[in-house]
Structure formats: structure tokens, C-alpha cells
Design a binder for this molecule. Structure first.
Ligand code: NAP
Length: 337
């Protein structure tokens, strides 16, 4: 496949210029089956070559191992890489079990130092609150994040899985550069309040899981096909009758892919870019992959143009998806809308 070098876009008002597609690094350490460090490192290099500049990690991915994995790559390419990481989902140091969510200012100050240490850098380009803890006033948490900007530890602020109202409230405390939430052909709840608020405030949108955690690519039809440790085995959309019903929803994507000579993954990614355009929103999806072989394919999707008829075929899909986005929806923006 011919290599496409990605066009660039400003990541939110006053934000850095980045390739219009980023790279999700999460699966390189955990969650989506076996990992291969050598291939992961080669994938980071290949992504940069393809024009990807926004690299996405979080302190909880692999309980810190994902930040450690990408650290040397980031340091070797510090002037080109826009480094995004996140705090708030706490894990047990011994066994990695989830311990809850913290938005506490004192916790944020500790978390940023730990991330900087694991990454081996002086400054994080984009620091996200990964999940909202409604027990802590948002102004206190964003105030603590703003202090990190003033201290030179962080350049820009981001939020993940917040509602439109929360985004407005946070933005009034300190400019928010990017909102990262799930957005795909299969997950469109963000279009209710978060997307309109982002448009209004000039906040960029970073859609995570734009490939529906791989399901939209047709790579698997049912969670039973996945390896024993794969997190998706517990996912409501990929198990039992839901998986069968949701598999049928891919028919329009299959039809478009066959007619255009492209892959399902490319149709799914092109949909996200064009859906954001309809809203008038700067968007930088972060498809996740552990493999070099996916990069050219995914990069080419950023410039694939779907027709109005093709987009119309996919319009009803999200409304028909069976099952929730998470086994436990309590920490999502949907739960607080
Ligand atoms: N803020 C949050 O709460 C949150 C939540 C989830 C994820 N994220 C971030 O968003 C990133 C992306 O989301 P995600 O990884 O959950 O889901 P995704 O990007 O929708 O899908 C990733 C899956 O698709 C597969 N894949 C990628 N390109 C493919 C292609 N061209 N053809 C076939 N399969 C392909 C990957 O497998 P291979 O590795 O085998 O290619 C992986 O299993 C993550 O890496 C993470 O950085 C953030």
C-alpha cells in the first residue's frame, strides 16, 4: 500500500499542530492480547514516518509499563512527538487491580511526577484527566492541573469522558485543549452534549476506540475468538447475542469497503473524520495498533472521502448497537448526562 503522509491540524485553539491521526499505544502493553515489545517500538517509529505525531498513553496502561515503553522513543524524537498521557484511574501496585478514580489535587501532583519519571521527560505536552470523580469539585481538579502548566510540567490540558456541561465548567477555569472520548460508527453518545460544547469552545476532539476496539474492522466476530487475557472478552458488545446482532450491523461497512476497494477499518476511520466535519470540529482520532502492518492502511483512511450516500448507509448503525460501551458504565460521561 502506498504510504500516505498525514495532513496536519491544530489540536484545539492555541494547541500544537499534529498529524490528523494519532496513535493509541495502550494495546502495546495490555488489554488487547499478546504484546511484542520489538514490534511495538518499530510501530512507533513507523507511525512517526507516516506523519503521526500525537502519541497517546496513560499512567494506568500496563500499570505504568506503557509510559516506560514509549519513553525512549519520545525522548529520541522530542521535537516531533506530541506526548499525551492521563491520570486518575488508580491501580494496585502489587497486582494491577483497579482501585478507583481520584481527581484529588494532591493525587494529581503525585501522579504527574510519577508519569514524568516513567516517561523520562521534563514536560508532558497534553495531560488528561482520564475519568471524572464527581466527589471532587471540578474547579479544584482543573485548578490543580492549571498549576502544573504554570510549573512547566505540562503544556496543555485535556479531559476524557466528560459531559458538555463539565467541559464548559473546566474550560472556564483553564483553557482545555482536547477532549478525548469514545467516538465511532458504534458509539455516538458524545454527539449529544460533548461535541457541541467542544465546537463552541474551540476544543479539539480526540476520538478513542475509533475502530470500536477492533470490532469494526471485522477482525473478530465474537469475544470467544480472543485470547484468554484479552479485556474485550468481558465486553457487552462483543459477547453472546449482542456480538451476533452487532456483527450484522457491519453490513453497510462491508458493502462500502467492497465497492471502494478499501478495508472496513478505513471506512470506520473515514467516518469519524467526516462526522467531525459535519459538526465543524477539529478531530484527531487515535486508532490503536501494536503492528507496523496497520499503519499505512490507517493513515490512508484520513484522506479517504466517503460519499453522502455511503455516510447515510451508516447513519442508523449506532442507534441499533446492542450492549453498553463498558461492562460498568458508572464512570462514563453518559452516566452523568
Ligand atoms: N480515554 C480513554 O478512556 C480511552 C479508552 C480506551 C482507549 N483509549 C486510547 O485510544 C486508543 C485507541 O483505542 P482502542 O485501542 O481501544 O481501540 P481502536 O483503536 O478502536 O481499536 C484497536 C484494535 O483494532 C485493531 N486494529 C487497528 N488497526 C487495524 C486495522 N487496520 N485492521 C484490523 N485491526 C486493526 C488493533 O489490533 P492490532 O493491535 O492487532 O492492530 C486493536 O485490537 C488506545 O490505544 C488508547 O490510547 C482511551
Amino acid at each position: 500500500m502506498t504510504q500516505t503522509v498525514l495532513p496536519t491540524v491544530e489540536l484545539g485553539t492555541g494547541g500544537p499542530l499534529v498529524g490528523v491521526q494519532g496513535l493509541g499505544c495502550m494495546g502495546m502493553s495490555e488489554f488487547y492480547g499478546p504484546t511484542d515489545t520489538g514490534e511495538a517500538l518499530a510501530t512507533l517509529d513507523a507511525a512517526l514516518e507516516a506523519g503521526v505525531t500525537l502519541f497517546d498513553t496513560a499512567d494506568m496502561y500496563g500499570s505504568g509499563r506503557n509510559e516506560e515503553l514509549i519513553g525512549p522513543f519520545v525522548r529520541a524524537n522530542r521535537d516531533k512527538v506530541v506526548l499525551a498521557t492521563k491520570f486518575s484511574i488508580m491501580r494496585d501496585a502489587e497486582n494491577g487491580a483497579l482501585r478507583g478514580i481520584s481527581n484529588d489535587p494532591a493525587y494529581i501532583r503525585t501522579a504527574v511526577d510519577a508519569s514524568l519519571r516513567r516517561l523520562g521527560v521534563d514536560v508532558i505536552d497534553l495531560y488528561y484527566m482520564h475519568r471524572r470523580d464527581p466527589a471532587v469539585p471540578l474547579a479544584d481538579s482543573v485548578g490543580a492541573m492549571a498549576e502544573l502548566v504554570r510549573a512547566g510540567k505540562v503544556r496543555h490540558l485535556g479531559l476524557s469522558e466528560v459531559t458538555g456541561a463539565e467541559l464548559r465548567e473546566a474550560h472556564a477555569v483553564h483553557p482545555i485543549t482536547a477532549l478525548q472520548s469514545e467516538w465511532s460508527v458504534f458509539a455516538r453518545d458524545v454527539e449529544r452534549s460533548a461535541v457541541p460544547a467542544a465546537v463552541e469552545l474551540g476544543v479539539a476532539f480526540v476520538p478513542y476506540s475509533p475502530l470500536g476496539r477492533g470490532f469494526l474492522t471485522g477482525a473478530f466476530q465474537d469475544a470467544n475468538e480472543l485470547s484468554a487475557e484479552d479485556y474485550r472478552r468481558t465486553h457487552p458488545r462483543f459477547t453472546g447475542d449482542n456480538a451476533t446482532a452487532n456483527g450484522e450491523l457491519l453490513d453497510p461497512l462491508r458493502k462500502i469497503a467492497a465497492a471502494r476497494g478499501v478495508t472496513l477499518a478505513q471506512v470506520a476511520l473515514a467516518w469519524v473524520h467526516q462526522r467531525a466535519e459535519v459538526h465543524g470540529l477539529a478531530v484527531v482520532p487515535i486508532p490503536g495498533t501494536r503492528k507496523r502492518s496497520r499503519l499505512a492502511e490507517n493513515a490512508a483512511a484520513a484522506t479517504l472521502r466517503l460519499t453522502a450516500e455511503e455516510l447515510a448507509l451508516m447513519e442508523p448503525v449506532a442507534g441499533r448497537v446492542a450492549g453498553n460501551r463498558y461492562p460498568d458504565m458508572s464512570a462514563t460521561s453518559e452516566a452523568r448526562e
